[in-house]
Design a protein around this ligand. Structure first.
Ligand code: ADP
Ligand code: MG
Length: 910
């Protein structure tokens, strides 16, 4: 906890002496001691003491002070009107914010104005539209560890909740890494952790919130879940999951705050006595209606490294354009709902061919039906964010405009349905049937709420004429009264004979009759003087006063009645939460499918053929066949892109890819993986043809990504990631290795690369693409039955390198590093000198060169030499070679691997 949070020391010492207001502040700080308490004083949210100093500095607002009988306190305030942007900054700086609103009008009751925390705002539990990205979820996670029954490893459960949309998921695994992978997939902004939760699996950008241990109690969590879902024990797989989900629900209720409105004082009264006992019924979040339990193994597994290197959501380079991502290329969604759905699909590609085909069928149909697709896209643009709307409606935070937005969305539904009326494929037909236009809800809103309501819901003008007889009466009374007054001027002029007599209104004195000084003697008896002006007098009559009271009374009661009615309508709509959510789900899915179809049409993608493993007619093995494949992201940023093929089977499963720098190796490998991934998402793919069996995991080790910030050497990171691959990959995985073994000496790097290649080939059996500058690996590939070589050829024209970006069988002939340097504009003198050195080095390593002694071969001799030595086993002492071969890399930690290497090296040097 931040030491500046919690009750200010200066106040804590003398709590009992504080003024009532400061005592209130002190107590709220004590109750919400992990947050900055924003304390409403009139039009401002104030903070005091340490918190004031902090917010003043952070938000660049003035630091003032407040003095009362008990002392002087630093103070700093932000205007309520503009609070969201300040709150956003506080969140970004890593704080939670508790908003303490005045829950009664000043003067309503004796003593200090009552205040209560109406909401706690934390990065993971945002519901404010201003603070949320529309097209992505914002998750808060909870992690709990299971007890671990006999013979069973302790389980770790992960629960994920998007408070703004109601998306609620749970999973568990006995492997910490598997849970870490799921965390990377969903990238929660915040994680609520229990007493024994492993927090080290959380990424740095995730706020860790230690939370009430008892909420993680098996029984309490179970009870909490039962309040939401009928049979949580059947829904969830383990105690750990129940504890994570139950605790997360408690937390979601807690951040909802004591009073859920802040609209009117009365709703908040209860909040005062509640304290922070979050079990109160009133905190119940009705819109959390579904909880999805899933097994990480149901989806294509992508760990943090793969998500990054395949550019799913983040550009690979820091300076990369935001749209230089897979989602950037594919996202043609029209609504926020669809945007989130598409991201969820990309995050969790499928494994089962049937499910993949169902999506592909829909994409194909929509792609072909151009008009329908375009029309659907148009219609879907008018779809509001239903999930968040119904969330707000359910939390009683929606205003009349929100209800109208819901109504406007519902109005689109029949047309969307119509477009799908002739749909062929099952998926689209089911969507058609799921599109419930909620005619009753639409009618209710149409009848009840005016077309263009004001933002405020307590000041009238919200409820439509004819909806409620009482309201119409009140409005009638007010209207009649006003009409009576409008006519009064005419009547009184006639009665008094004063032609200049005027009836007017001002906010202090109300209605009056104004008579100019020359006419004062004609004033009738029942006029009562109210105000004397320079040239005239203002009067009222008892009748006028009576009418006026009637009007004001009727208007006040009408406003109250309207608010009552509005809340009623809102509750009625809220009762339909599940139907609205089902509709939202259908619209989201449709939007995502239309988006995939649009991208496919726009970029000329093809439908991949998904082949069930073990179910193929010709062979039972794996297939990964791509004709004319392209990199979906690079081809968008490039004037022309050269398509390339790929062809992998059980007998050709490991490709060693060589070629000079910049020839296209990395691009090629990533495009192969992205095509596989897209296919499993149910998307068309950037190729002219593709056939493949789904893979269940993609591993990547692409490029030399530094982790200097994390304090680990590049080599260490590399070995760490490699260790994971070697430990966890199997024949259903797709493995990309790009320039592995660079972070150490050539000989070590070569040795590691070779050992890895052999291991992947012999024991793992994964489909592997290995780009390497270690040319001897290509020779190794010739010796391994299921390995083969690919290379990128470049041409030298007039001493300059021309890249064709065309992949071909076989190994590359040279590295062309020097030529690339020329192309890059390195001065001629440097290039010439480099050429000399290369020539000399080549001479040194001519076959048959006698100069090799083991010591140099192992440390800094060129790679070819070592490889030659290793390949025939000649110059490496047999004991060392044997030890190398026996090395079980799959069961070594990175540190052990390093130690082992170091030992072997020493053996060679002896
Ligand atoms: P390598 O990994 O061999 O060093 P890259 O894959 O990083 O090479 O490719 C270098 C650059 O070449 C890419 O940034 C891209 O601009 C271009 N490139 C790669 N492949 C292709 C291709 N198939 N068609 C057109 N340009 C390509
Ligand atoms: Mg590369």
């Amino acid at each position: 906890m931040d030491p500046a949070l919690g009750p200010p020391e200066a106040m804590a010492e003398k709590r009992d002496e504080l003024t009532p207001m400061m005592r209130q502040y002190h107590d709220l700080c004590a109750r919400y001691d992990d947050a900055i308490v924003l304390f409403q004083v009139g039009d401002f949210y104030e903070t005091f003491c340490g918190a004031a100093e902090r917010t003043a500095r952070l938000l660049e607002v003035a630091l003032t002070s407040r003095e009362d009988s008990t002392g002087e306190y630093p103070m700093s305030g932000i205007p309520i009107d503009n609070a969201e942007s300040y709150i956003e900054e506080l969140l970004e700086a890593g704080y939670r914010v508790a908003v303490a609103d005045q829950i009664e009008e000043p003067g309503e009751s004796p003593g200090v104005v009552e205040r209560a925390v109406t909401r706690v705002i934390t990065p993971g539990t945002l519901t404010e539209d201003e603070l949320l990205a529309g097209d992505d979820n914002n998750f808060v996670a909870a992690i709990a560890r299971g007890a671990g029954t006999e013979g069973d490893t302790a389980e770790i459960a992960l629960a994920l909740l998007d408070v703004s949309t109601g998306d609620f998921l749970a999973t568990s695994s006995s492997s910490c890494e598997a849970i870490a992978d799921e965390v990377s997939r969903f990238d929660p902004a915040e994680a609520v952790v229990g007493p024994d939760a492993p927090t080290d699996l959380l990424p740095e950008n995730c706020m860790v919130t230690p939370y009430d241990e008892t909420a993680f109690d098996r029984d309490r969590a179970g009870a909490k879940l039962s309040a939401y879902f009928r049979n949580p024990d059947a829904l969830l797989a383990s105690d750990a999951e129940i504890r994570a989900c139950g605790a997360l629900l408690s937390y979601a209720e807690y951040v909802r705050g004591g009073a859920h409105e802040g609209e009117r004082g009365e709703t908040a009264d209860k909040a005062e006595t509640e304290g922070d006992a979050p079990d109160d019924e009133d905190h119940h979040l009705e819109y959390l209606t579904h909880l999805t339990r899933y097994d990480p193994r149901e989806y294509l597994l992508l760990d943090a490294v793969a998500l990054r290197s395949l550019e799913l959501f983040e550009p690979r380079t820091v300076h990369g354009r935001d749209d230089a991502t897979l989602v950037g290329v594919l996202d043609e969604t029209a609504s926020a709902l669809g945007g989130r759905k598409l991201r969820d699909w990309l995050r969790r590609p499928l494994l089962e061919p049937d499910r993949i085909e169902a999506r592909l069928d829909a994409v194909e149909e929509l792609m072909g039906a151009v008009q329908t697709r375009e029309r659907l896209h148009e219609l879907l643009r008018d779809v509001y964010d239903l999930e968040r709307l119904i969330g707000r409606i359910s939390r009683e935070r929606a205003n009349a405009r929100d209800l109208r937005s819901l109504r406007d969305t519902l109005a689109v539904v029949p047309e969307v349905r119509e477009e799908l009326a002739d749909a062929d494929c099952g998926r689209l037909r089911r969507l058609h049937d799921a599109l419930d236009p909620l005619a009753d809800v639409r009618e209710l809103i149409d009848d009840a709420v005016v077309a263009d309501p004001p933002i405020e819901i307590t000041e009238g003008g919200v409820i439509a004429e004819g909806y409620d007889a009482d309201l119409d009466d009140l409005r009638g009374t007010a209207r009649d009264g006003k009409q009576w007054i409008d006519d009064l001027e005419e009547r009184e002029r006639e009665r008094t004979g004063i032609d200049s007599l005027k009836v007017g209104y001002n906010s202090v004195h109300g209605y009056y009759i104004e008579v100019t000084n020359p006419n004062l003697e004609s004033v009738p008896e029942n006029y009562q003087r109210r105000q004397t002006l320079k040239n005239s007098e203002r009067f009222v009559t008892p009748e006028l006063k009576e009418r006026e009271d009637e009007i004001v009374g009727a208007e006040e009661r009408a406003d109250e009645r309207e608010y009552e009615l509005f809340c009623e309508v809102r509750r009625e709509v809220a009762a339909e939460v599940e139907r609205v959510q089902r509709l939202a789900e259908a619209l989201a899915t449709l939007d995502a499918l239309v988006s995939l179809a649009t991208a496919a049409a726009q970029y000329d993608y093809c439908r991949p053929e998904i082949i069930e493993r073990g179910g193929g007619a010709d062979s039972d093995g794996r297939v990964l066949e791509i004709e004319g494949g392209r990199h979906p992201v690079v081809e968008r940023t490039q004037e022309s892109f050269v398509p390339n093929d790929a062809d992998f089977t059980d007998d050709r499963r490991l490709a060693v890819i060589t070629g000079p720098n910049m020839s296209g190796k990395s691009t090629y490998m990533r495009q192969v993986a992205q095509i596989v991934l897209l296919a499993q998402v149910g998307s068309f793919v950037p190729a002219s043809a593709a056939r493949l069996t789904p893979v269940d995991r993609i591993f990547t080790r692409v490029g030399a990504s530094d982790d200097i910030a994390g304090g680990r050497s590049t080599f260490m990171v590399e070995m760490d990631e490699l260790a994971t691959i070697l430990r966890e990959a199997d024949e259903n995985a797709l493995v990309l290795l790009d320039e592995v073994g660079r972070g150490t000496s050539t000989a070590d790097g070569m040795a590691i690369a070779q050992a890895i290649t052999e291991h992947l080939h012999d024991r793992v059996g994964a489909t592997t693409l290995f780009a390497t500058h270690h040319h001897p690996l290509t020779e190794l590939a010739d010796d391994l039955a299921a390995a083969f070589t690919l290379h990128f050829e470049v041409e030298q024209v007039d001493g300059e390198v021309v890249f064709h970006h065309e992949i071909a069988p076989g190994a590359a002939t040279g590295s062309y590093g020097v030529e690339v340097a020329t192309a890059a504009g390195v001065p001629d003198s440097v290039v010439d000198r480099a050429r000399e050195l290369v020539a000399a080095a080549d001479a040194d390593t001519e076959p048959g060169d006698e100069a090799t002694d083991t010591a140099t071969a192992s440390s800094d001799a060129p790679a070819a030499e070592t490889a030659a030595a290793t390949a025939d086993g000649g110059d490496v002492p047999t004991d060392v070679a044997a030890e190398l071969r026996a090395l079980d890399l799959a069961h070594l930690t990175p540190v052990e691997a390093l130690t082992e290497l170091d030992r072997l090296k020493r053996l060679l040097e002896e």
